[in-house]
Design a protein around this ligand. Sequence first.
Ligand code: SAH
Length: 264
Amino acid sequence: MGSGRPAASRDNLLLRPQAPLQAAERDRKAIMAPQGLGLDSVHVRMRMVDRLKADGLQNPRVLAAFARVPRHLFVDTALVNQAYEDTSLPIGLGQTISKPSVVGAMIALLCARPGLGADATRPLGMCLEIGTGCGYQAALLADLARQVISIERLRDLHLKARHNLDAVRRQLPGSPDVRLVYGDGMLGHAPSAPYDTIIAAAGGRSLPQAWLDQLAPGGRLVAPMDDGRGLGQVLTVVDRHLDGRLQQTSSGAVLFVPLKSGIT
Ligand code: SAH
């Protein structure tokens, strides 16, 4: 049964034999643009997830977040082919998007916080991130948190992250639920404190007191910090037990951009 138009469209096809090819090329460009990864990005992303798993990242919720968040939307077009490599990449202003395996290890540590109930569907609870950068880690955290507050001290990166997260929201409607704050993260963010989880993407000499003050009982903080013995940065974990006591441990050498005070 025809709609009454087949003859006309058949004529068009006969008169313009390349038309379907041109349409296909237009569609291909629309799908690929502007990131240049297009449909393949899902497969490339799943390969990254498989590698993270093979390298020891076990938490299924963290792996699912990596599978969901399109990392290629957070890197510059020129670097898009490296978006799913396990590597840090420049994001402008001398800063970098962190390496997926390190981000994964840090988030998995947060998920294992002491105050986590057995059936928590949002293991990160109320989460504070210091150092939004391009917003990628914030998007991962949002998959696992009740709410994410993310602070950035460089205005241009704060705005870039806003733009990137809007692009993700167009692909994944409804997520990620991230509140971006332009400010000095060394002061934490008192209005939404206390936090069940605090994660820093930049490393300093010592842990700012504000972070400790804003950590909820049962909460965990993970941050790169100088080990104080000239060995460089180590991943520092601080737990606030339910009785209010703080316990600090460290887990492995890392290399993050410096934590700086003030805003620019
Ligand atoms: N999580 C980011 C990684 C960004 S790199 C991502 O996924 O892209 C670390 C970021 O920390 C940089 O953007 C840097 O500007 C920021 N930073 C350093 N000191 C800060 C501070 N005191 N407050 C807020 N952000 C800070």
